[in-house]
Design a protein around this ligand. Structure first.
Ligand code: ZN
Length: 569
């Protein structure tokens, strides 16, 4: 450093001579050239702080940087700190001197605590020094539903001394005060209209008498359900083929819908037993060939949709709760093929399970237990292809109703999807063809009813719940505030992570979105498609919200909805 300064000094002494020479040289152009040459740099920048002087050398146009480690220093008596410079430090155009304002403080260190939203920050501060607030105090970004802009400290920042610190503890503390404004957020709610849980009743085997009775109960109690239909049940069991009008009359009321329970209710083997091919009846083997999967799982869906127009058959419950995982191979004549050793040829092609999972959006098998509102995209228990169920038939007598009521309580309390499997409902005791008596079933509906009316429990058919949750799982929402309106942006990705398409012709039910609104709003107004709707504002966590029901649009398209203040007449 010293050598450099010396060199610069020589150069500086030389300057007037050069300038003199240039002045004598003649016209202005030459003078300018000479002046530019002599001022090209490098330059010396001198920083003066008290009795300390520091020089740095910079090129023309380079901004000098004062060494950070020299910003403060100590002597035997004092602590010094540079508070600022006499002028703004700018890119060098010549030699320049900056003079510092230096603060002089006592050597005693005090602990100044800044109680920030992100936590307490300790700033060691010398006696007589105004404490410097740490970074991050300007905004309170820790609140979910509001953002704070710094307004002031709870008290004026004061230099600590032995007199003004807390009880001689050498400590003082400051807390920021913020001006808050709403943080505009939107969230998809787990169930429709903000319900805590969903109740889906499923009635297996397509029993018309049960459906007729249940439909009347549904109208009375607000319950809903799905009839798992069997288009061509062999023999004397229920068969809807000659009762399509009766069924359609029931479905027209809207409390029940048809879904699929396989074409014939023939047993499809699970395909998990080691000696599967040896222990089953010959007919059961024929049930587990690919041609049969097409009839039982795919063609049956088309038959039901044709018989009951206006219903999307997207949910499936395999008969006997079983779906194969392998298939028997047949020859060109439809006969089962065998190896030379007499064993049947089995193909590891995923069997009926794979066909069912490719065809349906929700499959209910026999796994008992609590079903979450967010099924995983797989065939594990609790996943979309193996939803958990509750069944009245697992219990006897009064236990059926006790259990049923506890399922409802648990669903509302914990936020679950209660899928109840039920077969016939009989009027003369729990034995025989019925899973539960009409008396117990009505008590169950009556118990659920107030929770449905209050909005805690959403009574939904199997397909309604499936559509809502599937759409929600593939949709994102966000909110912003512009021109006195909360704008909600909704985007659906119509391809699920397991490769299914959420066809807009089927998956077009509105999703319930909770939107943060200004705290002085009482009601909101918005549009969903052609409908203009209003909703009341409510509060939680010290912030105001409204629930809006918005229909997702085309794949990947952003649907923006304007939510505005609504003043009711
Ligand atoms: Zn069945």
């Amino acid at each position: 450093m010293k050598k450099r300064i010396a060199l610069l000094l020589c150069f500086a002494l030389l300057l007037p001579c050069l300038f003199l020479f240039a002045s004598c040289g003649g016209d202005g152009a030459e003078e300018t050239t000479a002046a530019t040459t002599e001022n090209d740099g490098p330059y010396t920048v001198t920083f003066v702080a008290g009795d300390r002087e520091t020089t740095v050398t910079v090129e023309r146009g380079e901004t000098p940087v004062f060494p950070e480690e020299l910003l403060s220093w100590e002597t035997a008596e004092h602590f010094y700190k540079i508070l600022g410079w006499d002028k703004e430090i700018v890119p060098a155009q010549g030699d320049v001197t900056y003079t510092a304002t230096v603060g002089e403080y006592g050597l005693t260190l005090y602990e100044v605590l800044f109680v920030l939203p992100i936590g307490i920050v300790k700033v060691p501060t010398h006696e007589g020094e105004i404490p410097t607030p740490p970074k991050g105090y300007e905004t309170d970004d820790t609140q979910e539903y509001k953002i704070g802009a710094f307004k002031e400290w709870d008290k004026e920042l004061t230099a600590p001394t032995a007199e003004n610190t807390e009880n001689g503890s050498k400590k003082m503390s400051y807390t920021p005060v913020y001006n808050y404004s709403p943080r505009y957020v939107a969230a998809l709610l787990s169930a429709k209209d903000g319900a805590k849980g969903i109740l889906t009743m499923t009635y297996d085997d397509g029993i018309l008498a049960t459906a007729t009775w249940v439909n009347a109960q549904n109208k009375k109690y607000g319950t809903k359900g799905s009839c798992m239909m069997v288009p061509n049940w062999a023999g004397t069991k229920p068969n809807f083929a000659n009762k399509v009008n009766e069924w359609n009359a029931i479905f027209a009321d809207g409390t029940l819908e048809p879904q699929n329970h396989s074409m014939t209710h023939e047993r499809i083997l699970p395909g998990e037993d080691a000696d599967w091919e040896k222990t089953q009846w010959e007919q059961h083997k024929y049930n587990c060939i690919r041609e049969n999967y097409d009839i039982e799982l795919v063609q049956s869906k088309a038959v039901i949709e044709e018989a009951f127009p206006g219903h999307d058959v997207i949910c499936f419950a395999p008969s006997n709760n079983t779906l194969s995982k392998r298939s028997f191979r047949t020859d060109g004549n439809g006969n089962l093929m065998k190896y030379a050793n007499g064993e049947y040829v089995l193909v590891n092609d995923g069997g009926a399970t794979k066909v069912a999972e490719a065809t349906y959006y929700a499959i209910r098998k026999g796994n008992r237990g609590v079903q979450s509102l967010d099924p995983t995209l797989d065939g594990n228990a609790g996943g979309w292809y193996n939803l958990r169920i509750r069944a009245f038939k697992d219990f006897s007598g009064d236990e059926k109703l006790t259990q049923g009521k506890s399922w409802i309580d648990e669903t509302v309390r914990d936020g679950n999807w209660l899928i109840v499997m039920c077969h016939g409902i009989s009027g003369n005791g729990a034995s025989g063809s019925g899973d539960i008596t009409t008396a117990a079933a009505e008590s169950f509906f009556a118990y659920a009813s107030p929770k449905i009316q209050s909005g805690e429990l959403w009574a939904a058919t199997f397909s309604e719940a499936t559509k809502y949750i599937r759409e929600r799982q593939n949709t994102t929402v966000s909110a912003r505030f512009e021109n006195d309106a909360v704008l909600v942006d909704m985007i659906i990705n119509r391809t699920t992570a397991d490769g299914k398409t959420l066809d807009e012709a089927i998956f077009h039910d509105p999703l319930t979105v909770e939107v943060r609104v200004p705290d002085n709003w009482k009601n909101v107004q918005y549009s969903d498609g052609a409908k203009t709707l209003t909703a009341a504002v409510y509060k939680h966590d010290g912030a105001s919200f409204a629930m809006v029901n918005l229909t997702p649009g085309a794949d990947g398209a952003t649907v923006t909805t304007e939510v505005t203040r609504y003043v009711a007449n």
